[in-house]
Write a protein that binds this ligand. Structure first.
Ligand SMILES: Cc1cc2nc3c(=O)[nH]c(=O)nc-3n(C[C@H](O)[C@H](O)[C@H](O)COP(=O)(O)OP(=O)(O)OC[C@H]3O[C@@H](n4cnc5c(N)ncnc54)[C@H](O)[C@@H]3O)c2cc1C
Length: 517
C-alpha cells in the first residue's frame, strides 16, 4: 500500500531518514518493519514562528515495493540526417529548444557568439582579476548563456507556459542532484552548473545536433516575409526554414539589427536598481529569530515588495550565502548580478532591489521600441563612470544612501574585482533613487534589522528583464511579420529566468515542428 503524508519536523529531525522514519510509523500506526520505502516528494521551510519547522511531504510504502519507476529518462532520436533548424544562442532557451528538437526528430544547429564553458571560465576569471572584459565571453555570453554562472535557482512563478517538471528532469538526467525534484525552491548552484551545461552539449552532439561557438549572428535572410536562414559576422550564410532566436536580453546588437530590418519590436516594462549585500548572519538572525542558525538550516533568504508612488520596489534573485558578480557585456558599462554556490556557504546574503520602470516613465511622448534599452544603457554607463578603473563597482552603505551621505567606510564585500565608495544618491536617476530610498525604509519595518549601514548597495542591477519585446503570434509563436522566425526565451520578452526560458525554448521547438510539417 502507498500513502502520502506530511510531517512537520524540527530541522534536525528532517535532516535524517533514521530520525523521521519512526515518526512516520507512529503517524500511520504501523510497525517500523512494515515501512518498505519512503521518498520525499516536497520539502519546505516554515520560519514564521519562533521555532523553525520543516514540512516534509512523503511517499510511504507499507508492506510493498514502490509502484513508480523513479525519474523519467527522456529519449532522444538520432537526427544526423534530419531537417536542420537554426537556433541562435546557447542559453537555457536555446539548449532546451535543441533537446526538444532531438526528442521530436529535427536537427538543431546552434550558433553561439561566445565560447564553450571551459574557455569561458578563463574569461570570467580575467574579469575578476580586473583585466579587460571580453564583449563576447562573459557572465552573459557563452555556452549556457546567462544561466551558466548564475545562481541556478529553478523556481518559476509562471505556470502558464507549462510545467517545470520536464526541465528539472532533463537537468537531473544531465547531472543535477535529484533534490531539485523535491525542493520547494530548487537550486543547483554556480559550481555545479558548468558541468551540467557541458553534459547537455554532449547529448546534443551525440544525437547528431551541432553547436558552433565563436559564431555571431549578424543578420537574417528573409524572402517574401519568410525566413530563409541567417548571415554570421564572418559573412557565412546558413540556410534554414526556421530560426529560433534565443539571444537573451543582453544582446542589444540583435534588437538593433531587427529594428534596422524593419522587424516590429515593442517597448515593455522592466526594472532596475542596485544589488544589496548584508552579512548572512544578520539575515539568518532576522528570518529564523535566532543568534546562530546551526547545522541543520540552510542560509536564510527573503522576498520583499513595496509600492512607492504607483511603482513596485522589490527584491529580485535573492542569493543566500552568495556573491555579487560583474555581469556587464561591454567594457565601458557596469552591471552587477548575484549567484551562490550549491552549499550557499559564503558570509554574505545579496539580492537585487529594483524599481519597476514603464516606457512612459522614461518619456511620455514618441515612445519608440528601443527607449528602454537606451535608458538601461545610460544607467550602466553612469555606474561605470562612478565606479573605478575596469570593472570596479560603485558602492554606498544603505542608510548613507537613504540619508544622502557619502560612506567613508564600506563593509567587506564578496564582489570582485572590488568596490569603491560613490555618492550613488547623486547620480542614480531621480525616479529610481527616491523609490529605492522609500523602499529601504519600508523593508526595514517589515524585517527588523534589515535597514542598516552594515548593508552595502552595489551598482547597478539593470538586467532583470528585457526592456524590449519581439512580438509573436500567441498560437504559432512566430513573429507576426516573418514566417519561420521564432523569438524565444528572455530576449523575446515573454520569459524571464532559467526555468521559464527553458520551458519557452521547449515550447518554441514544438511550434517549429508544427510549422515545418
Ligand atoms: C549572475 C546571474 C545570476 C542569475 N541567477 C538566476 C537564477 O538563480 N535563477 C534564474 O532563474 N535566473 C537567473 N539568472 C537569469 C537567467 O540566467 C536568465 O534568465 C536566462 O539565462 C535566460 O535564458 P535565455 O536562454 O533566454 O538567454 P541567455 O541565457 O541570455 O542566452 C542567450 C545566449 O545567446 C547568445 N547570443 C547573444 N547574441 C548572439 C548573437 N548575435 N549570435 C549568437 N549568439 C548570441 C549569448 O551569448 C547567450 O549564450 C541569472 C543571471 C545572471 C547573469
Amino acid at each position: 500500500m502507498e500513502k502520502e503524508i506530511t510531517l512537520v519536523l524540527s530541522p534536525k529531525q528532517a535532516s535524517s531518514t533514521a530520525l523521521y522514519t519512526p515518526l512516520i510509523a507512529n503517524k500511520l500506526k504501523v510497525s517500523l518493519k512494515q515501512i518498505s520505502y519512503t521518498k520525499v516528494i516536497n520539502r519546505s521551510i516554515d520560519a514564521r514562528g519562533r521555532n523553525v519547522k520543516i514540512n516534509l511531504k512523503l511517499l510511504v510504502c507499507i508492506d510493498s515495493p514502490p509502484k513508480e519507476k523513479g525519474k523519467i529518462n527522456i529519449k532522444y532520436k538520432n537526427v544526423k540526417n534530419s531537417e536542420p533548424v537554426l537556433i541562435i544562442g546557447a542559453g537555457p532557451a536555446g539548449l532546451f529548444a535543441a533537446l526538444k528538437l532531438l526528442e521530436i526528430g529535427l536537427k538543431p544547429i546552434i550558433i553561439e557568439r561566445g565560447k564553450d564553458v571551459i574557455s569561458r571560465k578563463r574569461d570570467i576569471a580575467d574579469i575578476h582579476k580586473n583585466k579587460a572584459l571580453n564583449p563576447d565571453s562573459n557572465y552573459a555570453f557563452g555556452e549556457g548563456g546567462a544561466g551558466t554562472f548564475s545562481d541556478g535557482k529553478l523556481y518559476t512563478r509562471s505556470k502558464k507556459r507549462g510545467s517545470n517538471k520536464n526541465v528539472l528532469n532533463v537537468l537531473t538526467q544531465h547531472g543535477a542532484s535529484e533534490d531539485i525534484l523535491i525542493d520547494a525552491h530548487p537550486h543547483i548552484g554556480s559550481d555545479k552548473l558548468p558541468g551540467i551545461i557541458k553534459s547537455i552539449r554532449e547529448s546534443i552532439i551525440e544525437y547528431g545536433g551541432e553547436i558552433h561557438f565563436n559564431t555571431c549572428l549578424k543578420s537574417l535572410l528573409i524572402e517574401s516575409n519568410s525566413i530563409k536562414g541567417i548571415v554570421t559576422k564572418n559573412n557565412e550564410k546558413i540556410e534554414s526554414r526556421a530560426v529560433i532566436l534565443a539571444t537573451g536580453h543582453s544582446a542589444r546588437d540583435v534588437y538593433f539589427m531587427l529594428n534596422e530590418l524593419g522587424i516590429m519590436l515593442e517597448a515593455k516594462s522592466f526594472a532596475m536598481g542596485v544589488r544589496i549585500e548584508h552579512p548572512q548572519e544578520l539575515i539568518d538572525s532576522i528570518q529564523y529569530s535566532c543568534d546562530f542558525r546551526g547545522p541543520y538550516l540552510p542560509a536564510a533568504s527573503y522576498g520583499l515588495v513595496q509600492q512607492v508612488k504607483e511603482r513596485g520596489v522589490y527584491s529580485f534573485c535573492m542569493c543566500p550565502g552568495g556573491i555579487i558578480v560583474p555581469a556587464s557585456t561591454a567594457a565601458d558599462e557596469m552591471v552587477v548580478n548575484g549567484m551562490s554556490p550549491s552549499n550557499r556557504n559564503t558570509r554574505w546574503a545579496n539580492s537585487g532591489i529594483v524599481v519597476e520602470i514603464r516606457p512612459e516613465d522614461i518619456k511620455n511622448v514618441n515612445i519608440n521600441a528601443l527607449i528602454g534599452l537606451d535608458y538601461q544603457q545610460k544607467f550602466e554607463k553612469l555606474a561605470f563612470a562612478n565606479g573605478g578603473e575596469g570593472q570596479i563597482a560603485p558602492a554606498q552603505n544603505m542608510v548613507d544612501f537613504v540619508e544622502g551621505r557619502i560612506s567613508n567606510k564600506l563593509a567587506e564585500s564578496s564582489f570582485r574585482p572590488s568596490i569603491q565608495t560613490s555618492a550613488m544618491h547623486e547620480w542614480i536617476p531621480e525616479q529610481i533613487r527616491f523609490r529605492l530610498q522609500e523602499g529601504f525604509k519600508a523593508f526595514g519595518k517589515k524585517m527588523k534589522g534589515y535597514y542598516t549601514n552594515e548593508a552595502t548597495l552595489i551598482g547597478v542591477e539593470s538586467r532583470t528583464s528585457s526592456p524590449v519585446r519581439i512580438p509573436r503570434d500567441r498560437e504559432t509563436m512566430q513573429h507576426p511579420q516573418i514566417k519561420g522566425l521564432f523569438p524565444s526565451g528572455e530576449g523575446s520578452g515573454y520569459a524571464g529566468g532559467i526555468t521559464s526560458s527553458a520551458i519557452d525554448g521547449e515550447n518554441t521547438a514544438v511550434k517549429v515542428d508544427e510549422y515545418l510539417k
